[in-house]
Design a protein around this ligand. Sequence first.
Ligand code: BES
Ligand code: MN
Ligand code: ZN
Length: 490
Amino acid sequence: MQITATDTALSNWTGDLLAVGIFEGETELAEDLAKLDEKLAGTISELIADEEFEGKPSTIISSRVGGKSSLRKIALVGLGKIEELNLDSWRSAAAAIARMVKKEKTVGISLPVGSESAETIAQAMTEAIILALHQDNRFKSEPEDKEPKLETVELIGLSGQEQAIAKGQTIAEGVIFARELVNAPANEVTPVTMAQTAQQLAQEYGLEVKILEQADCEQFEHGMGAYLGVGQASDIPPKFIHLTYKPAKTAKRKLAIVGKSVTFDSGGLNLKGSGSGIETMKMDMGGGAATLGAAKAIAQLKPDVEVHFICAATENMVSGKAMHPGDVLKASNGKTIEVNNTDAEGRLTLADALVYAEKLEVDAIVDLATLTGACIVALGNNIAGLWSTDDALAEEMKTAANLAGEKFWQLPMEEKYFEGLKSQIADMKNTGPRPGGSITAALFLKQFVKDTPWMHLDVAGPVWSDAPSGVNNKGATGFPVRTLVNWVNS
Ligand code: BES
Ligand code: MN
Ligand code: ZN
């Protein structure tokens, strides 16, 4: 599928489907649309009257255009009230149009340009269209949903925005890359295949790649005892993945992105019971998947920033070799951890990954993790938790998120709650009391970063979507690839 930009007048447009945006409460058709309506003998005004169309956000009505018209179908998409217009209005309208496409091969979309720059709009629409059309049918022998056979989508009124479209395309491909990694079950995506995936990315896009094997991890500083403890019951070896993107020019900044990469979380000996969602725990490498998806996009967008992508991949399993609840592990910074719950494994893997990231002498570290059910309880499925030791970094990420249309909410790094992680036997426990569970998780991670500006994103809710059936993007969302890419590019 190709996305193009033109300045074709609506009344001259030819193709299978023309979709035009309408504001809520707009009483008269805009000049361009009125002209087309005239040409179509009033089809558009009739359609609006018949359907009592009000232009509410993302509502769509459509009609065949009869006769010998070189336009086969017309659709009107609601944009909501003009005074409430924001980047999401373009995104959701474009996505709604993409989702109604069945057999059409050529589609034109005309949405007004205003309040945001044409560039921002073109990029957002491109991302929305590609992501709304994406279906993951890899694991069905015969897909029920027929994939649309779209050949071209023309963004009418956005000519000159080819570069923004290309950027949107690259970012959307990074999001899809992450989605497919998360959707793939744990018998397909393992620490070993994740390492292979990283190596392929490195080869294809000229990134540096380093895979630390178990023995290498044992040798790093005081030994990555926390990370290796999590993986010790698995039959599959852990793979500590480190990809690096280096710009051709001198880097204006050095950043590290660390993604939780537990390819399956059984809970360990604190086994997840029935009703715990254990069967969804292939998604527990969602942070790592987004890290790799961002790497793919960033390697192509080539910002003047050096970026390190780190995934401490492993499985949290049960066997005679499993860590026991109560075991004491030593992380690579020398700190000791009493594992009072083996199901709080993500923070153990991240502890060593953060120590490793800080040794790279970067200007900022961001980790992203499907870390706690508590964060989902606090913020629901669509909003990720954000914690940071650095206000400027938090602001940067919020700006990037707004541009991406991904939602975050900053939560407090309440030092007093660290008392809940006090251990009799070790420097800390890995699990605190139930109240404030996502905050104590963030405080735990903080013990493994000394003085580099750092941010923790708990993405347990938004990496997965249980959209109502019939909507083709149920499953992995690819969250927060778009935010990460915007942040690095900012
Ligand atoms: N991977 C889970 C968190 C999770 C839950 C992700 C639901 C996505 C959806 C994490 O490893 C976990 O098990 N967390 C425990 C922590 C508890 C033992 C302190 C939790 O949230 O229950
Ligand atoms: Mn767990
Ligand atoms: Zn987990």
